[in-house]
Ligand binder design. Structure first.
Ligand SMILES: NC(=O)c1ccc[n+]([C@@H]2O[C@H](COP(=O)([O-])OP(=O)(O)OC[C@H]3O[C@@H](n4cnc5c(N)ncnc54)[C@H](O)[C@@H]3O)[C@@H](O)[C@H]2O)c1
Length: 293
């Protein structure tokens, strides 16, 4: 199937990036949020990133304008009706996603494909509340979606071959490296990465090293581009707690449980980079590590 128009649900960390790369690829995009403030903030981020690309000489101003013009921001599910593919990137909460899919499935044309960008929830559970589980897949992008090369294409139990093929074709069109993953919690990458970040937090709690030393250790000692605590801030600490709950329930293993430090930070409203504070304070020019008292 030819994709002409893509719907994106959510214009947060992931949604704005997915909307941007789809528009940069020449597709018309409709991006839906729940309130005007969030929609404006997400569109503002897209605008800023395109502006930066122009400044660096990577993009012509006219092309940046054309990308923005291809994106229609909306609060109305109805504007998704004629999309060929709808990708959701809303808050990691199963009930919220199921309510959203019931609405979207009733509005979007019958031959459209649907995809979830969930990090940890079941793709099949989401597909089951739609009338088209054969046209439903997981498309797991990485943060930031504009930069990270990987796309996990997830086949759920009822996914049809056409839908899975569409996922790989979309990845190719966007210049992503694609891998096939089974519909298990965390797919491939988060299944390995989440316990690693949690272990770093436990090492911090046990005084093995400071925030800075743990991150520097893994960068200089394992050639990781960023340390595990920086990465956690980047992913969003609330999102990590949500992922942990699903993984503990699914695998029943302690290594997937959210450490106390993570829970305390989230309870205090410190969600990482997106809220300005997490394991680091982002209010100044450079992130400053915040070691637990
Ligand atoms: N943060 C990451 O690194 C990352 C990476 C890959 C996948 N994901 C997944 O992507 C999804 C979004 O995560 P995020 O980090 O972008 O979260 P986020 O909190 O930055 O953004 C979620 C957005 O969804 C909006 N939203 C909630 N309900 C909605 C609805 N019914 N319709 C439209 N918008 C709605 C919220 O207002 C919010 O702006 C989650 O499923 C998460 O697991 C996150």
């Amino acid at each position: 199937m030819e994709i002409g128009k893509v719907g994106v649900l959510g214009c947060g960390l992931m949604g704005h990036g997915i909307a941007q790369i789809c528009a940069q690829n020449g597709w018309d995009v409709v991006v839906r949020e729940i309130d005007q403030g969030r929609l404006d903030r997400g569109m503002g981020k897209i605008s800023k990133q395109l502006g930066r690309a122009v400044e660096k000489g990577k993009l012509e101003q006219a092309d940046a304008d054309a990308v923005l013009a291809r994106i229609t921001p909306t609060l109305d599910y109805g504007d998704l009706a004629d999309c060929d593919l709808v990708i959701e990137a809303i808050t990691e909460d199963l009930d919220g996603k199921l309510d959203m899919w019931r609405e979207v499935d009733a509005i979007v044309k019958d031959d459209a494909y649907l995809a979830t960008n969930t990090s940890s929830l079941s793709v099949a559970d989401q597909a089951a509340v739609t009338g088209r589980p054969d046209r439903f897949i997981g498309l797991h992008f990485f943060n930031p979606a504009q930069v990270m090369p990987l796309l996990e294409v997830v086949r759920a139990e009822g996914s049809g071959d056409d839908a899975v093929q569409l996922g790989f074709d979309l990845g190719d069109a966007l210049g992503k490296t694609t891998v096939a993953a089974r519909d298990n919690r965390g797919f491939i990458v988060n299944r390995l990465l989440v316990p690693y970040m949690f272990d770093a937090m436990r090492a911090l709690e046990q005084g093995v090293g400071s925030v800075q030393d743990i991150d520097t250790g893994m960068m200089a000692g394992a050639s990781h581009p960023m340390g595990p605590l920086t990465l956690a801030d980047f992913v969003g600490l609330d999102t990590l707690v949500a992922i942990s709950e699903v993984m503990v329930e699914s695998y029943g293993e302690d290594r997937f449980a959210a450490p106390d430090t993570l829970r305390s930070l989230v309870d205090a409203g410190n969600l990482g980079r997106k809220s300005g504070r997490g394991f680091y304070d982002y209010s100044g020019e450079k992130p400053v590590p915040v070691d637990p008292a």
